[in-house]
Write a protein that binds this ligand. Structure first.
Ligand code: AMP
Length: 296
């Protein structure tokens, strides 16, 4: 059978669920492996690393481009979020995507849409903090991811470790709802000075961009402290706080938690997530590292 999305043929953009289903009908009937990379666009190397991984694992790679209103709180950066579909299409094409699914908000949430998908527990902490109405954020993520998985029906879906809590929430979602998909979580891609790539880095002024690098220095300081034999959470967190304080970056949270269920930990043992969120200028940035033995 001739490949339905021959490599080098260029990425195709579809906007409706019926166009998407029509484009994927033949590969699905032919039993071809389909990978899905959900994104909000404003693509950078982090997103493209997911596309490359999917293109190397799967015969067809679908990238979704959708700035999901449901995961933004009122007053957040929904309107300001960077959008450049033509650039995204070029980059996705170069990384090996076969199909771009770029729906309008009304396609994903048509009039009368009234269903929400919510994962409990994992979404009450870190970015889910009730004080920031974070549970609503994750409800927006899990609702749209459920829809995208149903629309595309991929064999594999790719997410970044940069959003470690999101990746755990999505694993729980597919386990709890028996969604037949494999989740692959890919490593965080960073700038040369360690800053994790993020579409929101575009908001940083030059001086803020310099300060933002302290976030990765904080993670590195904690890693060094653990490598030197320290296991108690207080000195590990103290070491991480130093570079942030020196750069004048006040973390929204800086916490050690189990990398498997996000329960709080007093000592670094097994696989421990050090997660940080900080506002630098108008950008809210998050990052994390796994400390200790990565195999629990
Ligand atoms: P977003 O467009 O921010 O919703 O991100 C789409 C996907 O790209 C999510 O699975 C993110 O975790 C992932 N991602 C974002 N930044 C990075 C990065 N620096 N390295 C690896 N993956 C990333």
């Amino acid at each position: 059978m001739a490949p339905c999305f021959p490599r080098g043929a260029g990425v195709r953009t579809v906007r409706t669920v019926s166009e998407l289903r029509a484009a994927l009908g033949e590969p699905q009937r032919g039993g071809r492996s389909i990978g899905l990379v959900p994104t909000m666009g404003a693509l950078h190397e982090g997103h493209l690393s997911l596309v490359r991984q999917s293109a190397s694992d799967c015969e067809v790679t679908v990238m979704s481009l959708f700035v999901n209103p449901a995961q933004f709180a009122a007053g957040e950066d929904l309107d300001a979020y960077p959008r450049d579909e033509a650039r995204d299409a070029r980059l996705a094409d170069g990384a090996g995507a076969s199909l771009l699914f770029a729906p309008a908000p009304e396609t994903v949430y048509p009039p009368g849409f009234d269903t929400k998908v919510e994962v409990g527990g994992l979404t009450d902490v870190l970015c889910g903090d009730p004080a920031r109405r974070g549970r609503e954020h994750f409800r927006g993520v899990t609702t749209v991811v459920t829809k995208l998985l149903n629309m595309v029906q991929p064999e594999v879906a790719y997410f970044g470790q940069k959003d470690a809590q999101q990746a755990l929430v999505i694993r729980k979602l597919i386990t709890d709802l028996d969604i037949p998909v494999r989740i692959e979580v890919c490593p965080t891609v960073r700038e040369p000075d360690g800053l994790a790539l993020s579409s929101r880095n575009a908001y940083l002024r030059p001086d803020e961009r310099v300060s933002a690098a302290a976030i990765n220095r904080a993670l590195a300081a904690a890693e060094r402290t653990v490598a030197a034999g320290e296991r108690d959470s207080a000195p590990v967190l103290a070491a991480a706080r130093e570079p942030l304080a020196a750069a004048g970056v006040e973390p929204e949270y800086l916490e050690l938690r189990s990398a498997t269920d996000l329960s709080p930990v007093e000592r670094v043992n097994g696989s421990t997530l050090l997660a940080v969120a900080a506002r630098v200028g108008s950008a809210r940035l998050i990052d994390n590292t796994i400390l200790g033995d990565p195999t629990p």
